[in-house]
Each structure stands twice: as structure tokens, then as C-alpha cells.
Design a protein around this ligand. Sequence first.
Ligand code: SUG
Length: 448
Amino acid sequence: MKSCEVNFDGLVGPTHNYGGLSYGNVASQNNCQQSSNPREAALQGLAKMKALMEMGFTQGVLAPQERPDVAGLRKLGFSGNDAQVIERAAKESMPLLAASCSASSMWVANAATVSPSADTADGRVHFTAANLNCKYHRSIEHPTTSRVLGAMFADQQHFAHHAALPAVAQFGDEGAANHTRFCRSYGEPGVEFFVYGRAAFDSRVPAPQKYPARQTLEASQAVARLHGLSAEGVVFAQQNPAVIDQGVFHNDVISVGNGEVLFYHEDAFLNTEPMLAELHNKLGQRGGRFQAICVPRSEVAVEDAVRSYLFNSQLLSRADGSMLLIVPEECRSNERVWNYLQRLLADDSPIREVKVFDLKQSMQNGGGPACLRLRVALNETELAAVNPGVIMTAPLYDTLTQWVDKHYRDRMSDSDLADPQLLTECRTALDELTQHLQLGAVYPFQIN
Ligand code: SUG
């Protein structure tokens, strides 16, 4: 049976703002309090979805979340009616209001970890929502994420959903941003590659000194167990703590994999050689030929990788077997990175084409092309079981761009976040969106 990888992109929500909320994420810190443009952000994301669809890839869309999170603000002691809760939060703690308004659910690489049916013990596609418990603004995503994923992949015969792991730092889980899958073809059993930043229950394992390591080994292992993966089909590897301290807050900022290829920076991992050997052997046992493309630090420094998001690219397999790399505009404006990419294309590498997208609104918060998508490998039967409302088509693209134009503001600053009218605008927009995407009731305001 034919299988393919479907990229589900996060639709940027109407409250997209630069809150400076992610310590360890250099872009988020550097752009704190800049005025953002939610409308442009959403349209940039939609343009990428449309372009991939037009290139022949199956493209999906993942809905944003209800923000401001008034219920969350109430839990933090702000009281009164909805408008009063927002006014009080704005007066007493603008950072908390910004966190409660963050549109961070757009980075759906962090929404969940997904294992295709070819890898799992029960032959279903497994999803574990990420607890994202390193940052408050992200830790509030998983309940709605679970409902949205449940509405997209509802058929229990094909899809299994697991709740987020216990919400403590020891099980810090950031989803697919630290997970890659290698395979000969999408429908065959593959090797799932889990990269962790620290081990919570073993103090001998080195950890970064400055910035937090968001993903723990114990979280990755728990996800692999929940999904019923076999020991032959998994590899656990540690991210180099030194690069986390340089702003590599997820593994997808320093490496990307697809098919039989791992594209990575020389400094990405600890104990690289044994890790590559294990990937080579395990993929070999599954009939695949592992290929590693290492970007040397002499050509691209870690700092350039972090600035340009070279590795936060989408590595996609085309029908002819060659690969395409989707990179952000920032790769073209960085001379060293752009020169490297030209050399890579001239080499005899599986990557034959590079396509550039303007995702500046998301990039300024540390989210590149790969952050914006959740990959789900599906066979034909499973694809047919996905809610058709979330699969991108030309008419859906038109509907969503009109929806954005109608509901989104073109700037978002503190005074916009403090405006109680924003809540009404967002709820109206999201209510309409659930109809466009045929999701049913998934938001707290629709349920309670
Ligand atoms: O979790 N930024 C996100 C970016 C996530 C990128 N995802 C991947 N690499 N897969 C984060 O740090 C910034 C929000 C703000 O500062 O307003 C933010 O949450």
C-alpha cells in the first residue's frame, strides 16, 4: 500500500506577539516587545502551505488555540468577568498577560510526537501530546492540542492518542522537535531517533550550564514505550549541551532527518560516531542505507546555524526520489550559509533543490519552517480516515486567507493585548474556523 508523509502546518493565531517568553531561544529574547503583525504571520504560513500543496505534497492544517487564556489567568488569581480579568492582568502583570496571549501553538513541531503504524506494536498511528512544561505559555497548550488532534485523527481503529506526560521538569517533553524518523520508504518499519538535552534521573549525564535543556531522556523513553516501539526501531542520542547554551533549544535547530538522510551540524550531538553507527546498523537491518550529511563548523558556525535556521528546514522527498530543502529567507541573507547551500547543491548529495520562504513573523520568535509543521506518515487507508476538513486544498486556502483578512489585526502591541475586545474577536474567529475545518467543538469557550 502507498504511504506518504503529510505535513500539518500550524495556522498562526490572531494574538501572535513578541513576548520575550522563551529564555534560551535567542530570537524570542532579542525581539521582546517588538510590535508584531498577526495577519502577515498567518498569511506567510498559509503561503508556505499553498506552495507545498502546489508542488504535489499532501498538506494539512492544524488550528490555533483560544487566546487570551482567560481560564488560565483565573487560575493565577485574576478575577471578575472576562474583561475585568484581562484588565487586571494588564495592570498587574503584563508578562503574564502576554504569556496568556501567546500564539505559540503555531509551532506544531512541538504539539506532539507521532509514530507511524509501521513502527508501533498495535499497528496504529500513535500521538503523544507534548507537555511543553519548560515554559508557562507553552505548558497550557496540550489540553487543546489533544482535543484538536482527536478531532483530526478521530478513527480509533487507526489512531491512538496519549495524554501529555506528567507535567514536571523530569518529564519535560517538546514533541517532534526532538524526534526524527528514518526509513527506506514511509510505509516500511523505520528507526525513530529521539534526541534529549539532559537526563533527569542520572546526574552523571552532562547538562547545559546556561540555558535549559527542555527535553529529557526519560520523557523520550516514556513516549517510545507508550507508542509500542521496538528496541531495534529506536535510537536515543544526546544533544551537545554546549550548543544548547548557544541557543539551540531544540534538536530541530541543529539537525533534520528524512528518509535515509540525516542533515546535521558537526557540533549537534554528543558521542556522534557511535550514534551514527547505531543509526546505520538499525536502518540497515530494516533494509535502508543510512546517509549522514555533516555540515562542518569551519563552513557554518553554530551561531550562523542559530541565526539562519539552516537546520530548521523541511527536508522533503520528491516523487523522483530526490530531496528538497525548504529554508527560511534568513538562510539566503547569511552569506556563509547561502554559500554552503550552493556547494551542497553542486555536490553529489541527495538534496537537489533549495526553496526559500519568507516566514519572518514566526522566525522573530524562533520558529522556522520545520517548527511550523507536524509530520505524520500515513498509508492510504489512514489518510482516508483523516478528517478531510484539515487537508489543504485550493478552496480551503482561499477560505482561510479570507478568514485571516476578516478577523486578524495587522499589529499587536501591549495595548492590543490589554484590549478586552481582542478576546471577543478571537472567539468569533475561532468559532468560524472550527466550521471551516470541520473540527466540532474543541475550544474551552465552545465546551464550557
Ligand atoms: O518554544 N517560541 C517558541 C519557538 C518554538 C520553535 N519550535 C521548534 N524549534 N520546533 C519556543 O521557544 C516565543 C514566544 C514569545 O517570546 O513571545 C516562543 O514561544
